[in-house]
Design a binder for this molecule. Structure first.
Ligand code: ADP
Ligand code: GLC
Length: 470
């Protein structure tokens, strides 16, 4: 058995803003059959505290960045959770990352330095007689742990893996917070945590963790280029030998289509149109479930919407994020009867869209892995995606070769421009006209493996290689 502490800033079912929560929530069960005992450390936001209410206090961390901090134990099904109970940092209503003004909480550096420090403490001292052999750190919010671990003199005993879910979030803090964050001055240099005159939490993990992974092989390669590395590509090139891409899976039990045949799916498409206020149609119903940010490329979709509608297609979109995109899609829905838009976060509607859609659109400028195209595959809702990151690694394009070989599962386009997206939409609408080819693709998509099996085995082998003590 390898003992692994997974450290994440969000985790289903308690708190989720994106795919990281799904991954953190799914890993422990996925790994249980591979000889890994994974426990999870989370910040004590109200929803997490509620889930472990009454759980015993198992560690006292003293004063941590301005208030008392303790670790509370809880369970979730078979899983053991450790919760960083530090009300001055986490007992707040609203978004877990953003304050009421829509900007980052000003003390985010302290909040997640505290999470990293709690992780290092558990690595260094153990908890309840359980000492992890490996810390699996997710994104910048956990990335300072290797620095603290070294400072506590435990880096020789505990292995560390940093997983990059999205390099666009780097956890920057002003350099004058170094002492306040209890970071050793010796780390503040360009080969350490210094990043253009600031402290970068993510860089601490990139230079300090024993291994680095990201969530698809293609994104692992992309990260080493200036276009995708966002200033950290040089650091990643230096660590190329320690960088690996491991694809995310999805929870295939939770995401099981309520139908087995195309006819079964058609009933869900009809119901979705009725519920969301779209007229009946013979054309393809395209769906989007997404954060509305620059990353996701949905401004391009706004641009080419007329092409989709002229070809008889429809769009149903669920998402929230940047104001300009929210209002752009709202306007489109007002102007076009073939467009339905729901701004907000709605788990049930997300599932209804995946089940009822014919096509799921993911035109991202970059996409470390992406989960919604995996839901699409599983539900026979064909993904139409940019050829980047995990979207490149999980979808087989309906190219002439892909169709001739009978293996295509979706549509890809590159480069990520409005013109190329338009081209892909036209190809998709053309294929819609040959139901036999379309049904073959639906069958291929539904048969494509999207679970955790293979990646869980890869993680297990990686943890094994990171063990420093028996
Ligand atoms: P990212 O993590 O970059 O947001 P992913 O595709 O990896 O992208 O994961 C997004 C997750 O969040 C998926 O599970 C998706 O269904 C969900 N999601 C995104 N926006 C919404 C929304 N508005 N309502 C419900 N679920 C959403
Ligand atoms: C990030 C990425 C997304 C990935 C998710 C889970 O939020 O943007 O592509 O699927 O993390 O790894």
């Amino acid at each position: 058995m390898t003992r692994v502490l997974s450290v994440a800033s969000e985790c289903v079912p308690m708190v989720k803003t994106g795919g990281l929560a799904d991954v953190a929530g799914a890993l422990p069960a996925a790994l249980a059959g591979c000889g890994v005992e994974m426990r999870t450390l989370l910040p004590g936001y109200p929803a997490v505290q509620a889930a472990v209410a009454g759980g015993a206090i198992v560690a006292d961390l003293g004063d941590l960045f301005g208030g008392p901090a303790r670790v509370r134990r809880g369970t979730l099904g078979q899983q053991v959770l450790y919760v960083l109970d530090a009300p001055h940092l986490f007992d707040r209503e609203g978004s877990i990352y953003l304050g009421p003004t829509g900007n980052d909480w000003p003390d985010n550096p302290e909040r997640f330095a505290a999470l990293s420090r709690a992780a290092a403490h558990i690595g260094a001292h153990g908890i309840e007689g359980w000492t992890p052999q490996v810390l699996h750190l997710h994104d910048w919010q956990a990335a300072l742990a290797p620095v603290y671990l070294q400072d506590m003199g435990a880096a020789e005993r505990v292995g560390t893996l940093l997983t990059i879910h999205n390099i666009a979030f780097q956890g920057l803090a002003p350099a004058d917070r170094l002492d306040a964050l209890r970071l050793p001055r010796s780390w503040y240099n360009p080969g350490g945590i210094e990043y253009y005159g600031q402290i970068s939490a993510l860089k601490a993990g990139l230079v300090g963790a024993d291994k680095i992974s990201t969530v698809s092989p293609t994104y692992a390669s992309e990260l080493m280029t200036p276009e995708f590395g966002l200033g950290l590509d040089g650091v990643l090139r230096d660590r190329q030998a320690d960088l690996v891409g491991i694809l995310n899976g999805i929870d295939v039990e939770s995401w099981t289509p309520p139908y087995k045949t195309p006819r079964g799916k058609a009933a869900h498409t009809r119901a979705l149109r009725a519920d969301i206020g779209l007229p009946d149609s013979d054309g393809p119903l395209c769906v989007v479930i997404s954060r509305l940010t620059q990353q996701k490329g949905l401004d391009l979709l706004l641009n080419v919407l007329p092409t989709l509608l002229d070809a008889g297609g429809q769009l149903a979109l669920l998402g929230s994020g940047e104001a300009r995109l929210e209002s752009g899609f709202r306007d489109a829905a007002e102007r076009h009867p073939g467009v339905a838009v729901r701004i907000g976060y709605d788990e049930a509607l997300a599932r209804q869209l995946i089940a009822g859609g014919d096509v799921i659109l993911v035109p991202s400028r970059f996409e470390p892995c992406g989960l919604t195209q995996l839901y699409g595959l599983r539900y026979g809702t064909l993904p139409l995606v940019a050829l980047t990151g995990g979207l490149a690694d999980t979808v087989i394009n309906a190219s002439p070769a892909g169709l001739a070989a009978g293996v295509a599962t979706g549509f890809q386009f590159t480069p990520v421009t409005a013109n190329c997206l338009r081209g892909a939409i036209m190809r998709m609408c053309a294929l819609w006209q040959s139901p036999k080819d379309w049904q073959k693709m639906v069958k291929n998509a539904m048969a494509h493996p999207v679970g955790w099996d293979q990646s869980a085995r890869t993680y297990a082998a990686l943890y094994e290689s990171l063990k420093k003590v028996p």
